[in-house]
Design a protein around this ligand. Structure first.
Ligand SMILES: [Zn+2]
Length: 340
């Protein structure tokens, strides 16, 4: 099969690789319907994370082609969606809704999901079958559910988004934009998207943003305060993971409000005294996408949401390197790779 391998910063290659097979009796093998590049794949592309001939990709949706002897919940031929963390979905942490920290957790697609096939561990707990074979136009949205939608949704839930609330979203990548969509679905009254890119602002508005703030850092905080009677937002979604974005999120939140942070943290250090006096709730981390997958799949299946709109560039798998470049240079919000 063909699959994407990263050798170092800026060095992505599509190579002929061994097709994965069942290793553990709890595994499943899927044939990807399509795959995609994640904003978090840009960290190693930019040299912020180490790679060494690393198979890439952790977002996946596709058809089960083989199952191990112990797999009971999915069958060969099922169309399935899973998360970037495999989870048994039965341990105490999973049952509490934190499948991304499952006590038996492991990477969701250890063979790499930017490929024609992937091995999925703990298939019974990890994979959720769709009600039937999806129409082709639903595949981008189902793929989005695997990570960026589930992550944006968790951020909104962690930020306690709900009716009557004002929500601010820091970050206009796919996760931030789908945080806007989630906030709308969860009943937020006002949704402020922080973005300085016209195409992303337009998609944010389409997903439900009522206001756009172009300023960032302390200027962005000042604008959020101006829009909220000087108080700050009730709920703030942080979807970047830098020192600036995290402080922007905390300072944009009113006392007693909630920050849901899902940007993968890189060298963030929180000043203790400022945090102490902020009176703000912080909740986040790697999103337990599995918690939300059944509901998200149903919303997509019923065509109530269309998160696949975050894919604004589609390329064949063979052109994955161009996809990485396009996202790195912000020419694309999110790149879908076709595997046919
Ligand atoms: Zn578990």
């Amino acid at each position: 099969m063909r699959g994407v391998v990263m050798y170092g910063p800026g060095d992505v290659r599509v190579e002929e690789r061994e097709t994965p097979t069942i290793v553990e009796p709890t595994d499943a093998i899927i044939r990807l319907a399509a795959t995609c590049i994640c904003g978090s794949d840009l960290w190693p592309w930019r040299g912020a994370d180490d790679v060494d001939a690393t198979p890439m990709g952790h977002e996946y949706a596709g058809v089960v082609t083989a199952i191990g002897d112990d797999v009971k919940n999915v069958r060969v031929g099922d169309f399935v969606v899973g998360s970037f963390f495999a989870s048994d979905n039965t341990c105490e942490i999973c049952r509490a809704g934190y499948q991304s920290r499952c006590v038996h957790g492991e990477p969701g697609a250890p063979t790499g999901a930017q490929a024609e096939f992937a091995r999925i561990p703990l298939a019974d707990g990890t994979l959720v079958a769709t009600p039937g074979q999806p129409d082709a136009d639903l595949i981008p949205s189902l793929l989005a559910a695997s990570d960026v939608l589930g992550t944006g949704w968790f951020a909104a839930v962690a930020a306690e988004v709900g009716p009557g609330k004002t929500v601010a979203v820091v970050g206009d990548g796919a996760v931030g934009l789908l945080g806007v969509l989630a906030a709308k679905q969860l009943g937020a009254e006002r949704i402020i998207a922080m973005s300085r890119h016209a195409d992303r602002q337009a998609l944010a508005r389409e997903f439900g943003a009522t206001d756009i703030v172009e300023e960032r850092g302390d200027d962005g905080v000042t604008r959020i305060k101006e829009l909220t009677d000087g108080l700050g937002a009730h709920s703030v979604i942080e979807a970047v993971g830098t020192q600036e974005s995290m402080m922007q999120a905390i300072r944009s939140t009113r006392p007693g409000g909630h920050v849901g942070y899902v940007g993968v943290s890189h060298d963030v250090e929180l000043p203790g005294q400022e945090l102490f006096f902020s009176g703000v709730h912080l909740h986040g981390g790697p999103a337990p996408v599995r918690r939300f997958l059944p509901d998200l799949i149903q919303l997509i299946w019923n065509r109530e949401i269309d998160p696949g709109k975050v894919f604004d560039l589609t390329l064949p798998l063979a052109d994955a390197a161009e996809g990485y470049r396009a996202m790195d240079e912000r020419r694309a919000i999110k790149v879908l790779l076709t595997v046919d």
